[in-house]
Design a protein around this ligand. Sequence first.
Ligand SMILES: NC(=O)c1ccc[n+]([C@@H]2O[C@H](COP(=O)([O-])OP(=O)(O)OC[C@H]3O[C@@H](n4cnc5c(N)ncnc54)[C@H](OP(=O)(O)O)[C@@H]3O)[C@@H](O)[C@H]2O)c1
Length: 316
Amino acid sequence: MSDRKTIAVVGATGSQGGGLVRAILADKSGEFRVRALTRDTKSPKAQELQQAGAEVLHADVDDVESLKHAFEGAHGVFGVTFFWNHFSPERETAQGTAIAQAAAATGVKHAIWSTLEDTRKAYPLNDTRMPTLMGRYKVPHLDSKADVDHVFSDLGVPTTYLLTSFYWDNFIHFGMGPKRGVDGKLTLSLPMADAPLGGITAEDIGRCAFGIFRRGNEFVGKRVGIVGEFLTGQEIASRFTEALKESVAYQAVPSDVYRGLGFPGAEDLGNMFQFFAEQEKDFAAARPVQLSRSLHPKLQDLRTWLAENKSHLKFD
Ligand SMILES: NC(=O)c1ccc[n+]([C@@H]2O[C@H](COP(=O)([O-])OP(=O)(O)OC[C@H]3O[C@@H](n4cnc5c(N)ncnc54)[C@H](OP(=O)(O)O)[C@@H]3O)[C@@H](O)[C@H]2O)c1
């Protein structure tokens, strides 16, 4: 028991981190034990993880000292930050930096940092094809994660840079699924033109992270992109049609229209979809599906995810 390697998981009660916690708890090899980090060790979700066999410890990514305490003695750390809780790219970069600093201070052997592309490499700030947001960003919630990457390497933390993908779960929780129009028909509206969208279940992100930890040092210092599959808007609508046994049409919304929808984060997400659509080749090249499947053989595609989750979809 005592020679098991501890993996400390930030965001353990959430989607990505939760997937990793469940993967470690389900692993029969006995190589790892899991330390689930939360701001509230008494919450029902934290208690549930404890009862399932996780060590549960307090940590807050706004407090580097709490992270140092939480990472003490751990072999590995999974780091994720929470842009949509506060919508501040600077705060997200500070949170990611705190994770890197705590990992360095505690001598962690392997960190996996959940990151995304720096979209300013494809669209410099003076590039008028895409509006600059908040003065320093093209896609704030991607760029703010990318801004942390160098901190891990500068501090000498043995790190795998995990490039995640669009959650299929957004069709439920982010209100991005098909909507019923006044004519009674279902339409899936996405600003992806005819380009493929790379998607994955949030749970599978954590499962793939576990696959990386299991493969030892193989991916240390590397960027590993993960995805379930790539599907065009038309193909996604067809999967919904098949699962719901009701016709779902795809409507390609122009990026400018999406940016102007007025909900919090609409401009950020409009830019993100423009980046996904226009940079589709580079985005896909960074995410070979076979690699994701080798990390997690039960990786879900949209069809299998919909079969399990379609009852949670809301169409209004
Ligand atoms: N939606 C997408 O398509 C997508 C795709 C790729 C990447 N992402 C990125 O994924 C990130 C979010 O990850 P997620 O979906 O796994 O999050 P999530 O499901 O929203 O989980 C957030 C968890 O993090 C914990 N948390 C929140 N603030 C914290 C803090 N200050 N310190 C420590 N823990 C904190 C909360 O746990 P406690 O309350 O227990 O502390 C919560 O359970 C975002 O940055 C987003 O940009 C999203």
